[in-house]
Design a protein around this ligand. Structure first.
Ligand code: FAD
Length: 365
């Protein structure tokens, strides 16, 4: 069976690590991704502040694939004919599959980053571009001796980016510097109660100005650097895939992570819409789906020639219970919570750092 893994996301890297099992079972595996690496989002904000190097945050998915005998194609999928089981790639070539797994992540919604004279515009994703944002902030501090950054959108990503940009600026001490965080909502990251109080106090202490209840666009905010963090949506390319989609454009999947409209297609992470229980767009779920996807791909591949695996043999994914949410708030501080449990400050960052590094160690040699 030819199994194609589309995208080097948080779920697929585990399939690459365990790729030998699939190959030993007699299957051929191909990874298609435009970049040869996987960018681990949990450590992205630390990449911006300089806490982590690129080598610590970017996992070489192509090398992982090669080591276990998985073929790697450096390309972008631009369309799919699900009934003919063929993918078309940006290079013009095609790729046939018996089973397809989609782990294509998400892309920024809202305004697209169009360069405006004298200003640099960035988006919260892709994560690896946070390294380019760091370089741009460093350049401003060096060449202009001043840097004002406006982050538009104060969801979890915008909050972490603003705090870590402030952390980076403080290392250079330019003559003029400011970090502004704008939100259409009244509280950063939708936090409430003590969690909200802690984050607002922390932002004020480190010098991030929070402007809540303000729906603004690039043209209305000050600064020589603007970061758009107004939310994420499934990749638009999915709309040409001829699969049943949710209204936001994500692939509707059943409890086995199988596309509702094709039993040969699986979808996981941000690009999937888990019909039983819609999930937040967080990497935590993409990671939790790893073992279920592996089991169900193996089972489906075993039975693809007959009638494909029936539901009785497949493993259901269960998203019950709260997940651990973590924020890197710069300056070695963090916020972690799960259900009613909360941890703030240095200890929260240290624990988050330990979890994130532990995750990466599984895949890095
Ligand atoms: C700044 C920031 C911080 C975050 N921090 C956290 C956190 O601490 N914890 C948490 O749980 N979540 C966090 N998130 C959310 C997290 O980024 C996403 O939920 C997570 O990345 C989703 O993972 P995924 O596996 O679905 O896709 P991704 O890991 O984004 O991978 C998608 C892959 O698909 C590839 N791809 C895309 N389009 C194509 C195509 N057309 N053809 C081929 N390949 C393609 C990409 O190149 C990439 O390899 C954060 C997000 C941001 C922006």
């Amino acid at each position: 069976m030819h199994i194609v893994l589309a995208g080097a996301g948080h779920t697929h890297i585990e399939l690459l690590r365990r790729g030998a099992e699939l190959i030993r079972a007699g299957h051929e595996l191909t990874l298609i991704s435009p970049e040869p690496y996987h960018a681990y989002s949990g450590m992205g904000p630390g990449l911006l502040s300089g806490q982590y190097s690129e080598a610590e945050v970017l996992l070489h998915a192509a090398a992982l694939a090669r080591d276990v005998g998985v073929k790697y194609i450096s390309d972008k999928i631009v369309s799919a004919d699900v009934s003919a089981r063929v993918l078309t790639l940006a290079s013009g070539s095609t790729c046939e599959y018996d089973l397809l797994s989609l782990n294509l992540g998400s892309e920024p919604v809202g305004e697209q980053p169009v360069d405006v004279a004298g200003r640099s515009i960035f988006t919260a994703k892709p994560i690896h571009k946070l390294a380019a944002l760091r370089i741009e902030i460093e350049r401003c501090c060096r060449d202009l001796d001043g840097c004002e950054i406006s982050v538009v959108g104060a969801g979890p990503a915008g909050l972490e980016i603003a705090a870590n940009a402030r952390n980076l600026l403080s290392k250079f001490r330019p003559r003029h510097s400011a970090v502004n965080l704008f939100s259409a909502h009244s509280a950063p990251a939708g936090l409430t109660g003590r969690r909200r109080e802690y984050v607002e106090r922390h932002l004020a202490r480190i010098g991030v100005s929070f402007f809540g209840g303000m729906k603004v666009g690039v043209a209305e905010v000050p600064g020589n650097i603007v970061v758009l963090a107004t939310g994420l949506r499934p990749p638009q390319v999915l709309r040409s895939f001829d699969l049943a989609l949710a209204p936001d454009g994500s692939v509707r999947v059943d409890r086995f992570l199988r596309a509702e409209s094709s039993s040969r297609v699986f979808a996981v992470g941000d690009c999937a819409y888990f019909v039983d229980q819609p999930l937040d767009r967080v990497g935590v779920y993409a990671v939790r789906q790893q073992t279920v996807l592996m089991a169900n791909l193996l089972e489906s591949a075993r039975h693809v020639d007959t009638a494909l695996a029936d539901a009785a043999r497949l493993t259901p994914f269960s998203a019950t219970g709260p997940y651990l949410a973590g924020f890197n708030l710069g300056y070695g501080c963090g916020l972690l919570y799960k259900g009613r449990w909360t941890l703030r400050g240095r200890l929260a960052f240290l624990l988050k750092d330990r979890i994130d590094r532990g995750f990466m160690r599984r895949y890095q040699k």
